[in-house]
Design a protein around this ligand. Structure first.
Ligand SMILES: C[S@@+](CC[C@H](N)C(=O)[O-])C[C@H]1O[C@@H](n2cnc3c(N)ncnc32)[C@H](O)[C@@H]1O
Length: 349
């Protein structure tokens, strides 16, 4: 996919519609403690969003630190570019902030990424803050939310792939039931999948809400809309989010410089399981160690939860979990807790 061209002047003023909703970056204090911005970059933000974490990283990093921001959503890149420019950052193809429009599940084959690596910009700090940003959720035309009437789209990158309405046409009932049950943790997955398949086509968010309500009758789990879990499951499936997270993290581990820190923020148990398994594998293979934060000491390999204070201020942060690893130097002998390789690693193929 094309990189975002070295941002022209016009990008510094994004269309007002794209700036209507702000995104509050989550667990910023913990992320900065984990990623050590004071030692510089390159910093790679795999989920640029509105650029909140990236801006905070550069605010602490020494002058001259280079940051790379990746996002699959063209709107996110325009939004982040605007905010970064307003903050006085140089966003351009050879500036301190370089933006890439790409799917994070395909970074290993991206020519833009290869070009950055060939310039010696191997990451020393990586963040993947997975899921949706607030402006995506609030934009009715994206179809992510049961709260807003709009087309049932749900693609992170609306320029490619299959919208949720088409996805529902193509998936079989059993597979749909499984994904609503697993990705949505929805106990009424069977009834919902059957009613969806009987009600096709479902072209709008309101139509999906009505279909789920029809399937589960008056069922509500108290404070949440009955379609909330179905929307979540469908969004994760339409965007192959778990597969892309896994590929993105494996890629980051492969290209990161020795001593690099890699952090993930996840909002869903499925996403967290993927991050946990990939990080655990890297530790087991002697390629990384778990990082324990001094301010929020946790058992190695356990995630750090969003603090209650932050969740009170920003309810969307409530389910956030942070995991951090550090890439080991393959040429150095490694000693450490159970599971670490002792002695130098054999050279990689
Ligand atoms: C929670 S937001 C990140 C917010 C950001 N940390 C900030 O402070 O503004 C997640 C972002 O990741 C992007 N994203 C999610 N899955 C992606 C994928 N497979 N490829 C590329 N970008 C993806 C979304 O488009 C969204 O902009």
């Amino acid at each position: 996919m094309d990189p975002l061209e070295p941002a022209p002047e016009s990008l510094s003023t994004a269309p007002p519609d794209l700036l209507r909703y702000a995104h509050e970056p989550v667990m910023v204090t913990e992320v900065l403690e984990a990623l050590l911005p004071e030692r510089g970059g390159p910093y790679w933000d795999l989920t640029l969003g509105a650029g909140g974490h990236l801006r905070r990283f550069l605010d602490v990093a020494p002058a001259g630190t280079v940051a790379v921001g990746v996002d699959g959503d063209p709107d996110a890149l325009v939004r982040a570019s605007h905010h970064l420019r307003v903050a006085g950052r140089n966003v351009s193809g050879d500036g301190e902030v370089r933006l890439i429009h790409d799917d994070i599940g395909a970074l290993g084959t991206s020519t833009d990424v290869a070009a950055l690596l060939s310039l010696g910009l191997r990451p020393r700090a990586v963040l993947g803050d997975f899921g949706l940003s607030s402006p995506q959720i609030e934009d009715p035309s994206r179809g992510f939310s049961y709260r807003h009437a709009g087309p049932l789209d749900m693609r992170m990158d609306p320029t490619r792939g299959e919208a949720a309405s088409t996805f529902l046409e193509h998936i079989g009932q059993k597979a749909l039931e499984r994904l609503i049950g697993e990705l949505g943790e929805e106990r009424y997955a069977g009834r919902i999948a059957r009613t969806i398949k009987e009600s096709l086509p479902i072209l709008t968010t309101e139509a999906l809400c009505a279909t789920v309500e029809k399937a589960v009758g008056g069922h509500r789990d108290g404070k949440h809309h009955p379609a909330r879990r179905t929307f979540q499951a469908l969004r994760i499936a339409v965007n192959d989010e778990l597969g892309r997270i896994e590929r993105a993290l494996r890629f980051a581990i492969d290209v990161a410089a020795p001593g690099a820190r890699i952090a993930t923020i996840t909002f869903h148990s499925g996403e967290d399981r993927v991050a946990k398994d990939v990080f655990k594998g890297a530790v087991r293979d002697g390629r990384a160690s778990h990082v324990v934060l001094a301010s929020r000491p946790q058992k190695a390999g356990k995630p750090i939860d969003c603090s209650d204070d932050e969740a009170d201020l920003n309810p969307r942060a409530r389910s956030a979990k942070l995991r951090v690893i550090e890439i080991l130097d393959p040429d150095l002998a490694v000693t450490g807790p159970k599971g670490y390789r002792r002695g130098p690693r054999p050279p990689r193929d």
